[in-house]
Design a protein around this ligand. Structure first.
Ligand SMILES: C[S@@+](CC[C@H](N)C(=O)[O-])C[C@H]1O[C@@H](n2cnc3c(N)ncnc32)[C@H](O)[C@@H]1O
Length: 167
């Protein structure tokens, strides 16, 4: 359901920031032209590379892992048509500045989808200091120049989904 919210990915480059073990990245790979699994942890980059070789040959080469920096996702100018950040946004420091850097790496009209944990007394997920409210995410997106196009608090019990667009 989350992936379908990105729309048709045919011919598109998708970046998964905080890809971790690749739950989303490897589900995106059959659908997109290219998927960049981005993480700051070299251990996860090695893990992603070890999983890549197990992908079907027909789309294995669409996946690329990328070691990034905590303050820079290391995308080239306009490189990604769509970006997802799942259960990772709250771990990023100086988020508005990070989003401004990320903005440059997204193509015109490209989409950014963020999923993160709701804050109030949800029994699942990280401790409270690693949770950020939907309103704070929205404010930071707007400060960085994005236009918020969709907000979904209902589809997932424990997380919200917010989609923004580069104008
Ligand atoms: C809780 S995991 C989420 C993994 C995956 N997105 C998922 O939902 O299964 C958070 C991941 O974000 C990565 N991470 C933390 N800070 C980051 C940053 N500034 N840039 C990129 N990745 C980051 C961590 O190394 C970790 O792999």
């Amino acid at each position: 359901m989350v992936i379908s919210m990105l729309g048709d990915l045919n011919g598109k480059t998708v970046a998964d920031i905080g890809a971790g073990s690749g739950y989303f990245a490897f589900r995106l790979t059959p659908k997109a032209e290219k998927v960049i699994g981005i993480d700051i942890d070299p251990g996860f980059i090695s893990f992603l590379d070890s999983m890549k070789v197990r992908l079907p040959e027909s789309y294995r080469n669409r996946f690329e892992s990328r070691l990034a920096k905590p303050d820079d996702p290391m995308l080239g100018p306009g490189e990604a048509d769509a970006v997802i950040i799942v259960n990772t946004y709250a771990y990023i420091d100086n988020r508005t500045q990070y989003l401004k850097t990320l903005y440059k790496g997204i193509a015109s009209r490209g989409r950014l989808l963020i999923v993160d944990f709701k804050k109030n007394d949800i029994p699942v997920g990280p401790p409270d200091h690693f949770r950020i409210t939907l309103n704070d995410v929205r404010r930071e997106l707007v400060s960085a120049g994005f236009k918020v196009v969709q907000v979904d608090l209902e589809s997932l019990d424990y997380q919200y989904i917010i989609i923004a667009e580069k104008e």
